[in-house]
Write a protein that binds this ligand. Structure first.
Ligand SMILES: Nc1ncnc2c1ncn2[C@@H]1O[C@H](COP(=O)(O)OP(=O)(O)OP(=O)(O)O)[C@@H](O)[C@H]1O
Ligand SMILES: [Mg+2]
Length: 322
């Protein structure tokens, strides 16, 4: 398997003054295999969309590296960056606000071809119709406007627009969270089909565990800008090691004796009611297992467990006192 994307120590700080700065993405490293689906999970505000925008450099990182197919993107000239951007596309969360309401479907799906000077005239028209077929839209409807479609159909338009340049890597930022539950499965099934047909790689952002369970090969959990646990989905789901992951997955019974201490974890406080002071483990204000010593004073690093996932938690890497 080849690595298609690698992110190394990527950070994004918003704001200037020290009081207003937000470390939206804080020293994140991850690696995605070609043809796989990498799930990025986390609560609202954990930095998922910021990370999504950093990858094709829609926003500029504060520090760190983005390596696509072995090439670092941070020093590319505009022209080279444009070519790479054709290969990395984002499908946005909300198909109601992300599609320009004044553009027809033909314009919406065809626009990237025009912007990237890839097609025009009758050829473009045909490509748009083929793409509409591929994503399950009626190609007779090219002159309709977004408001004439249902939510699920609108997200199909968003997917068509992202696929028209034949990208290799699709970043799906909560592709179904704005949709009715009954429609979500149809869109997810479409994405699974498209991945097989077009040999796509997905970075799938979601806060829905069932979506990760259904779609992903690898998973990373983000908490306040940092990845706190990542690895193969089966490892993480069978034996979540970080108290945060354990809390999110707590309905799934554990068979692993190493993590018995985590079994009773629940998240009573939220990010707002239990803010992080900026020192120690960022999850410690909410962590039922947190101890006073190092959890409050030393930031835990993401460390790999033998044959297993990586976890940033002092309690996992030191033998807990009983
Ligand atoms: N342009 C910006 N300027 C300042 N702060 C920002 C900006 N964009 C995002 N942030 C902040 O960065 C943090 C991460 O936001 P982000 O949108 O990446 O989170 P998210 O995980 O995608 O959340 P959600 O699940 O709600 O979509 C938040 O605290 C947010 O307020
Ligand atoms: Mg988001």
């Amino acid at each position: 398997m080849n690595t298609i994307l690698e992110v190394r120590n990527l950070s994004k700080v918003f704001g200037g003054g020290s009081k207003t700065t937000v470390r939206a993405v804080d020293d994140v490293s991850l690696s995605i295999e070609e043809g796989s689906t990498f799930g990025l999970l986390g609560e609202s505000g954990s930095g998922k969309s910021t990370l999504a925008r950093l990858i094709p450099r829609l926003i500029e990182p504060t520090s760190g590296e983005i390596i696509y197919k072995g090439r670092g993107l941070q020093h590319l000239k505009d022209r080279e960056l444009r070519t790479i951007r054709e290969q990395i596309q984002i499908v946005f969360q909300n198909p109601f606000s992300s599609l320009n309401p004044r553009m027809t479907v033909r314009q919406l799906i065809g626009e990237p071809l025009i912007v990237h000077k890839r097609s025009s005239g009758a050829a473009l028209e045909q490509q748009v119709r083929d793409m509409m077929n591929l994503v399950g839209l009626n190609p007779e409807h090219t002159h309709r406007f977004p408001h004439e479609f249902s939510g699920g159909q609108r997200q199909r338009i968003g997917i068509a627009r992202a696929l028209i340049l034949e990208p290799k890597l699709l970043i799906l930022d909560e592709p179904t969270s704005a949709l009715d539950v009954s429609v979500q499965a149809q869109v997810l099934n479409l994405l699974v089909d498209l991945q097989k047909k077009l040999r796509l790689t997905y970075l799938l952002i979601t806060h829905d565990l069932s979506v990760v369970r259904y779609m992903c090969d690898q998973v990373a959990l983000m908490y306040l800008g940092k990845i706190v646990e990542q690895g193969e989905k089966d490892h993480v789901f069978h034996s979540p090691m970080h108290p945060y992951t354990a809390a999110l997955l707590k309905d799934i019974p554990s068979t692993d004796p190493d993590q018995r201490m985590l079994e009773q974890v629940s998240l009573e406080a939220d990010i707002v009611s239990a803010p992080w002071s900026g020192v120690g483990c960022r999850f410690s204000p909410r962590c039922p297992a947190a101890q006073t010593g190092q959890c409050k004073t030393i930031e835990p690093q993401l460390i790999g467990l033998p044959e297993r996932q990586q976890v940033a938690c002092h309690l996992v890497h030191t033998i807990p006192e009983t």
